[in-house]
Design a protein around this ligand. Structure first.
Ligand code: NDP
Length: 306
């Protein structure tokens, strides 16, 4: 069997096209959505993420602002920055790019973001809204997981869904969304006994672990759907061969760049799965699309029309 590949790039561009239309109607009503991103210090990976977020806003017609305090910024200065963004009517979403410089109390800063503008969905109020099925803002990557399933017409209700990983950012909210969609949900972590056997019960397996190619064929019920959230960079040629031997296009790019991206799922799982997301081009592109959707939703909820 060869798994059907769930194309995250296509789904992301469909969502962005729908979002662009919503932005146009909000602009026509005099409510242009606005996103502010706080990028403290110089972290090359964060700079790339923020650049991509700002670019996505520009493409959709969302107003965006980037605030770039220095590495030496204090918790108090960041709190002041967040508070002044909380007060502004033209700013609907506030995103504090993590990690923050080490002297900063990150939890305190994240807690200061008004729940109405918390487009990352990390605030305890929004976590509570999600777990009690109240309207609110939901973390972007887990929302992307659900969008991939829904738009690929993979039914969730009544299915056994297993999430490997229990982080506040991915694993837990993904499990909660699957539960809200009426799946029977199991959440696994590093202390789970006989993980492959638990995963073999799953009709839908979500991997959010942070370990390159960790989920092997042995973890899979034949025909299951696999959603791979992991993004891991590999540079070791032996490791590359283990996952991608025989893939000429990958080999070419690995030779040129000296690295390749692999998810938390071994690509050979595609020989057993019914459907799976690739890495790159699976869940990754959904994260920014869902950030745009959240910014629009935050605008509609706070300024009317929802
Ligand atoms: P965390 O490190 O916060 O969490 C990892 C989870 O995996 C933990 O719950 C941990 O268990 C569990 N885990 C680790 N080792 C094992 C093991 N051997 N067996 C079972 N469970 C294990 O990671 P994140 O949730 O932030 O991210 C997960 C992955 O998703 C990463 O690869 C990250 O790069 C990627 N990611 C991708 C995004 C995207 O846009 N596509 C966005 C965010 C993340 P325990 O709790 O017991 O320690």
């Amino acid at each position: 069997m060869t798994a059907r590949i769930l194309d995250g790039n296509k789904i992301s561009s469909d969502i962005r096209a729908e979002a662009a239309q919503e932005v146009q109607s909000l602009i026509a009503a005099g409510k242009r959505p606005g996103l502010a991103v706080i990028l403290a210090g110089h972290n090359p990976a964060s700079e790339i993420y923020v650049r991509n977020k700002v670019k996505a806003c520009e493409q959709l017609g969302i107003h965006s602002e980037k605030l770039t305090p220095p590495d030496s910024v204090t918790t108090e200065e960041l709190l002041e920055m967040v508070n002044s963004l909380n007060q502004r009517d033209d700013i609907d979403g506030i995103l504090v790019q993590l990690p923050l410089p080490k002297q900063v109390d990150s939890k305190k800063v994240l807690l200061a973001v008004s729940p109405e503008k918390d487009v990352d969905g990390f605030h305890p109020i929004n976590v509570g809204n999600l777990s009690t099925q109240r309207p609110g803002l939901v973390p972007c990557t887990p929302s992307g997981v659900i969008e991939i399933l829904r738009r690929s017409k993979i039914s969730i209700e009544g299915q056994n869904a297993t999430v490997v990983g229990r982080s506040d950012i991915v694993g837990k909210p993904a499990a909660m969304l699957l539960l809200n969609a009426n799946a029977t949900v199991t959440v696994c972590h590093s202390k789970t006994r006989d993980l492959p056997a638990v995963c073999r019960q799953a009709d839908i397996l979500v991997a959010a672990i942070g370990k390159a190619g960790f989920v092997s064929k042995d973890f899979l019920k034949p025909g299951a759907t696999v959603i791979d959230v992991g993004i891991n960079k590999i540079t070791d040629p032996a490791e590359f061969d283990k996952f991608f031997a025989g893939d000429a296009a990958r080999q070419k790019s690995f030779t040129e760049k000296g690295s390749s991206l692999v998810g938390d799922v071994d690509p050979h799982v595609g020989e057993v799965a019914g459907a799976m997301t690739p890495v790159p081009g699976g869940v990754g592109p959904l994260t920014i699309a869902m950030l745009m959707v959240n910014t629009i939703k935050a605008c509609q909820m706070r300024r009317g029309s929802r």
